[in-house]
Design a protein. Structure first.
Length: 348
């Protein structure tokens, strides 16, 4: 079932309309330390939210874990939430993922509304019905598929973001362009991320969300074509897990880095055009820099890849492209091929 996504130009009116439609006894707003400071003040005085209780969690992906979920459950219980309450998740992907999971499991499920405040959450985390948390060092190891009551998109939040978080969200947009069409890809690899035009970015965001919506509608629980959305993520999640123990990186940076070796394997196994590979890699390197892995890290990275949820048996499952928009799901990569792709990542 496709979720209700609202492109809002009047937050106060749209949130009030949603709250009126969503039968509830109590309203709770989940924020992290950052969105409590930057975003909550912009909506907390809305008449429809006057009686809402605020639940605050620590920021950053390192806190996207079971202990934080327990804190949210405890707060809901202590503050008198019932099966008829509604949780508003106001924040980035960490808040929408964790908040969605907490809501989906509290009293066997309460309604939740996502109001994504980062570009990454708008384009990725709040759309598609995935909820979850990290567990024992592995990304999104625990979670459920459950659509929010609604997702409210408003690009005013982009003005609250720093450059790194714009980049993080744009990486998922770049991925969408690679699995879509050459016109969309060209628009993305020529976009100026150092001086981003927010009006243009908003238009591109709408296009990106449509790409994801169309795929999710075809395959809600990731049995088939939705695996296309994992392009860049098999390596990306492994890079992210590797970095957690050293210097954590934003999810979008991990995806951007993950696109490079997966494009290399796409070229090697499926004939992805070399010129488009080079142009995409150059764009990523110029905007995201590099991840300083060495040959000594390969074993650990491959170990993380073996834990990927898409795998079956001992095979590492990976999505590849034979060209922009030509998607090859349910492909496998050997450890030798992965090592060669990591060599390219380091040297390319």
């Amino acid at each position: 079932m496709l979720q209700n996504i609202i492109s809002s130009h009047n937050l106060s009116l749209d949130i009030a309309t949603l709250i009126a439609k969503c039968e509830h006894d109590k309203i709770f707003i989940l924020v992290d330390e950052n969105t409590k400071r930057k975003c909550l003040p912009l909506i907390k005085d809305y008449h429809c939210l006057k009686k809402a209780e605020t639940i605050t969690i620590k920021a950053s992906d390192i806190n996207k874990n079971i202990n934080t979920v327990i804190d949210v459950w405890t707060s809901l219980q202590t503050l008198g939430a019932t099966r008829h309450s509604v949780l508003i998740n106001l924040g980035g992907g960490m808040v929408t993922d964790l908040g969605g999971f907490a809501a989906s499991t509290f009293k066997r499920g309460i309604k939740f509304i996502n109001i994504p405040t980062t570009l990454l959450a708008m384009v990725d985390a709040s759309v598609g019905g995935k909820t979850g948390i990290n567990f024992r060092g592995l990304k999104n190891e625990i979670g459920v598929f459950n659509n929010p009551f609604s997702v409210v998109l408003n690009t005013q939040w982009l003005k609250t973001l720093d450059h790194e978080n714009i980049l993080s969200g744009f990486a998922e947009m770049l991925k969408h362009s690679l699995i879509s069409n050459e016109t969309m890809w060209a628009e993305h690899v020529n976009f100026d991320l150092f001086k981003p035009n927010l009006k243009k970015l908003s238009s591109m965001l709408t296009q990106n969300i449509k790409v994801k919506e169309d795929i999710v509608l075809q395959d809600p629980t990731e049995k088939n074509i939705r695996k296309a959305l994992n392009f860049g993520h098999t390596f990306g999640h492994a890079f992210e897990s590797w970095a957690i123990k050293r210097k954590p990186i934003l999810h979008g940076y991990a995806v951007a880095y993950g696109l490079i070796p997966e494009l290399f394997i796409s070229m090697y196994k499926k004939g992805f055009p070399t010129d488009k590979l080079r142009q995409t890699v150059l764009f990523i390197q110029q905007n995201y820099g590099t991840l300083n892995i060495t040959c000594d890290d390969y074993t650990e990275i491959i170990k993380y890849m073996h834990h990927d949820k898409k795998n079956s048996g001992n095979d590492i499952n990976i999505t590849l492209l034979s060209n922009i928009g030509n998607i090859c799901i349910n492909q496998t990569a050997t450890e030798k091929e992965i090592a060669e792709a990591l060599d390219f990542f380091r040297e390319g």
